[in-house]
Design a protein around this ligand. Sequence first.
Ligand code: UD1
Length: 340
Amino acid sequence: MKIRKVLVTGGAGYIGTHCCVELLQSGYDVVCADNFSNSSAIAIERVEQITGMKVTYRETDLCDKAEVRALFDEYVFDGAIHFAGHKAVGESIEQPLRYYGNNLLSLITLCEVLAENRCKNVVFSSSAAVYSSINKPPYDEEDSIDPCNPYGRTKVMIETILHDLHASDPDWNISILRYFNPVGAHPSGLIGEDPSGTPNNLMPYIAQVAIGRLAELKVFGDDYDTPDGSCVRDFIHVVDLAKGHLAALRKLEDRPGCMTHNIGTGHGISVLELIEAFKRGSGVSVPYSIAPRRAGDMPVNFAATDKALKELGWKAELGLDEMVRDTWNWQTKNPTGYQD
Ligand code: UD1
């Protein structure tokens, strides 16, 4: 069965908007559902600007079954990409019930309504946060799972639910994508990452220091057992990541069952290397100081990418220079994000 009309939950968010652009430019019909709790409707207008197409969106609480049913009363979908969810690690430690409640209930509600409508094709945003630190990088999809915070545990629980769902009814076709560290922005500079409050993640923090919104970056630890002492991560350009979803959607048409793939580049970049690359690419200095290690950080984390290449025919194409260029382009064009 050909997948044409796709429900994109969390479609106004950082990854959701980039995915909508790629879907629309590849000829898919897209309907976004977002409650705008951590995103802006302006981001949807920007997707329209990039694609020259009207984007249909509905303000929807995905935990509310009546609201989700209303979407399916209005449209006939062939599949869904489920991005919506809470994603801040620190917040998940402080407010575990909010994280388990929202992330699990929205997934369950969505799947219930998908089943009612006999639409059983889903792509789910999981995370490299599911892996245990006992694994040796590169992490492959068979490595052991043991997330170190509630956010990561919501991802593991949802993966388990999806496996059980497929086991109960093999008509389901499910793609679980484990993202490594998404960075960068659309090359137009019209959409990008716009964290609310002080960023938790490295790249938006660097960009806000470079633009002068924040005074100084703190590098969490320079005494790890890595070449330069700082942690190593697999940064992946958000446009590559978005394209990974198209590859996964296409694969669902072959009725593969329930499958899991890493979405990373396979290359480790250290925190200090990223700072240097940012300076080089932007021409702006990024003042930093060394701070103590951050609890829960793994020293080295990067993806094994062979399975995604073999089974989805997808691999990352963009490198560190493009990640820096596009982050800086977005940040300079939108110094305060989507706010005026
Ligand atoms: C984090 C989450 C992960 C989530 C991912 C989403 C944790 C422990 N993990 O991954 O669950 O899926 O974001 O993108 O939070 N760093 C600094 N200074 C900063 C910020 C970060 O030195 O101000 C360092 C961190 O210590 C880490 C690296 O930069 O070594 C990357 O950090 P971050 O961008 O937060 O991503 P992860 O921790 O890899």
